[in-house]
Design a protein around this ligand. Sequence first.
Ligand SMILES: Nc1ncnc2c1ncn2[C@@H]1O[C@H](COP(=O)(O)OP(=O)(O)OP(=O)(O)O)[C@@H](O)[C@H]1O
Ligand SMILES: [Mg+2]
Length: 374
Amino acid sequence: MGCMKLKNPFLTRGYAGPDYFCDRETETRKLLAAFDNDRDITLIAPRRFGKTGLIRHALSQLSDEYAGIYIDIFPTRNLSEFSAAFASAAIGALDTKIEAAMTSVARFFKSCRPTVTPQADGMPKFSFDIAPANAEATVKEAFDYLKSKGRRVVVAIDEFQQIGTYPEKGVEALLRSHIQFLPGVRFVFAGSRKHMMEEMFASPKRPFYQSTQILSLREIPCDKYAAFAKRFFDKAGLPFDEGTFEEVYRRFEGITWYVQAVMNRIWEAGDGLVDVKQVDDAVETLVEDQDLVYHDLLRSQSEGSQRMLLAMAREKAVPQPTAGKFVASSGLRAASSALFALNDLRNRDLVYDTDSGWVVYDRLFGLWLRRHNS
Ligand SMILES: Nc1ncnc2c1ncn2[C@@H]1O[C@H](COP(=O)(O)OP(=O)(O)OP(=O)(O)O)[C@@H](O)[C@H]1O
Ligand SMILES: [Mg+2]
């Protein structure tokens, strides 16, 4: 990873090493300092700001003293699936030799037996299939296994808010109680649901209350981002107009994924970055690529939610979506139906509240809706 030269330096998924990673120096330093000083971190930012990228980057910068474990629990729906994901990631990261891994499995994971799938790089993948009755035992085994390694470990759990949707009661308390007794193991809990994450870590009633340092991720500063982008164009002998880059940044409020996606298309065209027309074209292509998806998405909403989405996209940002004027202009019947639609859309991450008001979460969907309006 990181050695292969990419054809297109603007990634729209994954992490490919520090060369293709822009800035985040302060945040990375904060993470590494927290690990060295025995603090756990809660990382909160809206979707597509670069949480996963930052975690992967920080893990890649760990000194040899540490082992890093990354787990994305977005696909997990209950404690059994969590424990399976956790066990599998832990084994994969801490036992890099197959014999050692097999021994560890036999010694620690008594509540379950993994299936072993060979992989191209020689190290097999351990998949755990865990019966609900054994989930708690497996979680404990995975923590015991971490402890037995006697080395410093960083465990990053991405999309952590997902545990709030598990049907089991007391999952937070269970995890918290294990974590407390792991002196050498540091945790990063990352999530995009601000509300759920803040509840979990900042409410006195919850097990994780004040147990971590909270780090919220902002946009990468425009000048840093411009310098990062310019470097690739310079190296390729292509023109790069900083003002035009600022336009890309401005249009998407500096949100990392959108900047990456637009720059990825502009790079693909191969003419450098010289005028705003290129930006228009790139955005147009991105919106058009999603046309079918967006049609289906809009059609699958209730009538009230459709009206709310369309009106919100038209206004761009709505400070008070239940206020009379907005309700009337959106075609919703009353403040109560506006509130209902708003909650419905928020719960499914289709809208969210920014400093300037409520917006359509997916900015490209917002652009598509505005076109649909007219
Ligand atoms: N500092 C960075 N420099 C360059 N590209 C980045 C950086 N951070 C993230 N990216 C890229 O931006 C895109 C979105 O980032 P990432 O997936 O990390 O966001 P996220 O906050 O985890 O989003 P989600 O909430 O949807 O999971 C990815 O394609 C990633 O490769
Ligand atoms: Mg992510």
